[in-house]
Write a protein that binds this ligand. Structure first.
Ligand code: PEP
Length: 253
């Protein structure tokens, strides 16, 4: 079943790279990336989207993603960016529900559900991030917590809409800490998520959903993580800021 799912490596630059640095990074990635069936999604800050859209327009396996969008279509929301604006510069994916958005900007799964709807309405594909903090894992509550996140943010969707969603399991304790989940921990959670999807929708929808792992993924551990049958790729933070490391991760399948 794994082979029929889209394998994806997405790079979340977070709040890094000036305009020129961003262009240089993309130039290096384009230069090093071999043609393959792996979909590679670059998620720079908003500032970069329009120019990078031009840089990657002829590279079939490279797609553009944003790191957030507003839940409303337009209006008096100073400082915000809508899904339609993203779509208008060639964005195809939007990271939603990242743990940093939850922690520093107070985003809840109720709000994220609205953002999911806003992106789908514009034909964009959400990359929905879920994952537990360390205390929850240590107390054994990680499977239930992730199930609750997914139910609240995603399970109002029709099957047709759900099929456009990519899920990224990102244990919060592994993000930017250098502490990676073991491949067994990732596989266990990905199986859990897939079975939740099967019970809400059906086996076919579950089998076709790409579920990525995120959290200190790097060129040394990506192969082991991606070898797990239910790990369909990665959402990469720190290691997406160096072309060589990022391309090495893409080549780890
Ligand atoms: C992330 O921010 O989505 C992430 C996985 O970060 P890092 O790879 O740096 O842990």
């Amino acid at each position: 079943m794994k082979m029929s799912r889209q394998r994806i490596v997405a790079g979340n630059w977070k709040m890094n790279k000036t305009y020129e640095e961003g262009r240089a990074l993309v130039k290096d990635i384009v230069g090093q990336l071999q043609p393959s069936e792996i979909l590679v999604v670059l998620c720079p800050p908003f500032l970069h989207l329009n120019s990078i859209s031009g840089q990657i327009k002829d590279v079939r396996s490279l797609k553009l993603g944003a790191q957030n969008c507003h839940q409303e279509g337009a209006g008096a929301y100073t400082g915000e960016v809508s899904a339609a604006m993203l779509q208008s510069v060639g964005v195809e994916y939007v990271i939603l529900g990242h743990s940093e958005r939850r922690e520093y900007f107070g985003e809840t799964d109720e709000l994220i559900a609205k953002k999911i709807d806003a992106t789908l309405k514009e034909g964009l594909r959400p990359i929905y991030c879920c994952g537990e903090k360390l205390d929850v894992r240590e107390a054994g509550g990680h499977l239930d917590l992730v199930a609750a996140q997914i139910k609240t943010a995603l399970f109002h969707l029709s099957a047709a809409d759900f099929e456009k969603v990519v899920i990224a399991y990102e244990p919060v304790w592994a993000i930017g800490t250098g502490k990676t989940a073991t491949s067994q921990q990732a596989q266990e959670m990905h199986v859990h998520i897939r079975s939740l999807i099967a019970s809400k929708y059906d086996q076919q929808v579950a089998g076709l959903t790409s579920i990525l792992y995120g959290g200190s993924c790097n060129p040394s551990n990506a192969k082991e993580l991606f070898s797990q049958p239910d790990v369909d790729g990665g959402l990469i933070g720190g290691a997406s800021l160096k072309a060589g490391d990022f391309v090495a991760i893409v080549n780890s399948f």
